[in-house]
Design a protein around this ligand. Structure first.
Ligand code: NDP
Ligand code: 2IT
Length: 447
């Protein structure tokens, strides 16, 4: 059987046995496209069912999460934790609380996480979890009761050496606090290393909150350098206005670029003078309000309820909201408006056909597993600090983050060149991540 048909046969088997999970198929197929060239050079990676094992999570946990709202009504949500691959270290990856969460979504995220975590060069395996719970409009007390119920089941499956969750969409410092409090209570032990994204007063790391967004901005700066240019004077659009988006905007501004638009699920705001990050934080982090409030608060800014944020002209686009938010029509508009760099702050925000449009137009495109790895990398730094009962300064941690992002960029670029696809960050990231995990899996035997 040729390498091409061997790869195609394994992918078909993966697709069939995971029926009805389109996001997982999408994430897997992107990696499989890169495997072809690896297997042609190193056929041994297909031995011992390695690829089939890589596609099958080591463990998938699904559980009931009952909780009572403020008016006494009982709700039942579904909790998930997919422990995907522990060849490089304990399972590591976020928890997502959003009504769209299902097993296929958690599996796509967990699968991506394996390669992302490998690319950081740090000792972390891949996993992901979450729930179809919708925190929007819920009181702090309701969110607390939900988190306590969620952890009441999850606690038996996680631990410093086993599985270390963190945040993702809908899970930030508030939720990590409630989850950690319940874990501590149930286990009667102050096991800081069981969760990352903790508050800095109780075992958290400096820069973890900022890390994903800062990391994307550092990565974009590296990409622009390859193109012979830099951030000062560049116009940037960042979708979303959550954890990743806010700190991507903050760091782009610190590095001299101007972010003129950001969004949430209700629409987008345009501020030609550059998004005022202090105002954005007050609306999103303090009041948990809607993005339209920004246009009410800032003179010269406007809110657009219908339409696409990608209509806003920019040289750099950083999609940082959710999966498949940037489609081929949006990519064509970005290209027509002169975009030079697209870097994914979110997980898989760019559809495969949009990636093709960007690639064909010669736009530098960085997949999330490389560009947004700064968050999980800083989580691994938090684990290091917890293990040594230490806490590092903001500047030192930020320097470590910047160095890690430069390393991921270099590894991605050189691997793409080595495998005959210079400038292709998707192949570079997939191949570099795959080889690291595959070598470890091969060494550990058939398990
Ligand atoms: P947050 O919950 O802080 O923010 C999410 C943002 O995206 C909000 O502005 C939200 O708008 C918007 N959004 C979410 N879902 C949708 C949707 N279905 N349609 C339109 N807009 C949506 O999440 P994060 O910033 O943490 O995560 C954003 C992305 O970044 C995710 O893809 C996540 O996997 C990825 N990521 C996160 C990391 C982290 O450390 N947090 C690390 C690496 C990647 P609204 O409030 O209206 O829903
Ligand atoms: O997608 C991601 O990398 C995250 N949500 C962060 C995971 C983590 O463990 O910090």
């Amino acid at each position: 059987m040729s390498t091409r048909s061997r790869v195609a046969a394994i992918y078909e088997q993966v697709r069939m046995r995971n029926a009805g999970e389109p996001e997982f198929h999408q994430a897997a197929s992107e990696v499989f496209e890169s495997l072809q060239v690896v297997l042609e050079r190193h056929p041994h990676y297909a031995d011992a069912g390695l690829i089939e094992r890589l596609c099958e999570p080591e463990r998938q946990i699904i559980f009931r999460v009952p909780w009572t709202d403020d008016s006494g009504v009982v709700h039942v949500n579904r909790g998930f934790r997919v422990q995907y691959n522990s060849a490089l270290g304990p399972y590591k990856g976020g928890l997502r609380f959003h009504p769209t969460v299902n097993l296929g979504i958690v599996k796509f995220l967990g699968f991506e996480q394996i390669f992302k975590n490998a690319l950081t060069g740090l000792p972390i395996g891949g996993g992901k979890g979450g729930s179809d719970f919708d925190p929007k409009g819920r009181s702090d007390a309701e969110v607390m009761r939900f988190c306590q119920s969620f952890m009441t089941e999850l606690h038996r499956h996680v631990g410093e050496y086993t599985d270390v969750p963190a945040g993702d969409i809908g899970v930030g410092g508030r939720e990590i606090g409630f989850l950690f409090g319940q874990y501590k209570r149930l286990t009667n032990s102050y096991e800081s290393g069981v969760l990352t994204g903790k508050g800095t007063a109780w075992g958290g790391s400096q820069v973890r909150r900022e890390a994903t967004g800062y990391g994307v901005a550092y990565f974009v700066a590296e990409m622009l350098e390859v193109l012979g240019t830099s951030l000062p004077g560049r116009t940037v659009v960042v979708s979303g206005s959550g954890n990743v988006a806010i700190y991507a905007i903050e760091k782009v501004h610190q590095l001299g670029g101007t972010v003129t638009a950001c969004s949430d699920s209700s629409g987008y705001v345009v501020d030609p003078a550059g998004i005022d990050v202090a105002v954005l934080k007050e609306i999103k982090e303090v009041r948990r309000a809607r993005i339209s409030d920004y246009a009410d608060a800032v003179r010269g800014a406007s809110f657009v309820a219908a339409g696409s944020i990608w209509d806003v002209t920019c040289e750099v686009a950083i999609p940082s909201a959710t999966q498949n938010e940037l489609d081929s029509d949006a990519a064509a508009v970005l290209v027509a408006n002169g975009v030079q760099v697209v870097a994914e702050g979110a997980s898989m925000p760019t559809t495969p056909s949009a990636v093709k449009v960007l690639r064909d137009a010669g736009v530098a495109f960085a997949p999330g597993k490389a560009a947004n790895a700064g968050g999980v990398a800083t989580s691994a730094l938090e684990m290091q600090q917890n293990a040594s009962r230490d806490s590092w300064s903001f500047d030192y941690t930020d320097e470590r983050l910047a160095a890690i992002m430069r390393g991921i960029h270099r590894r991605t670029v050189t691997t793409a060149e080595e495998y005959g696809r210079p400038g292709d960050y998707v192949h570079g990231a997939n191949i570099a991540g795959f080889i690291k995990v595959a070598d470890a899996m091969a060494a550990l035997g058939v398990i």
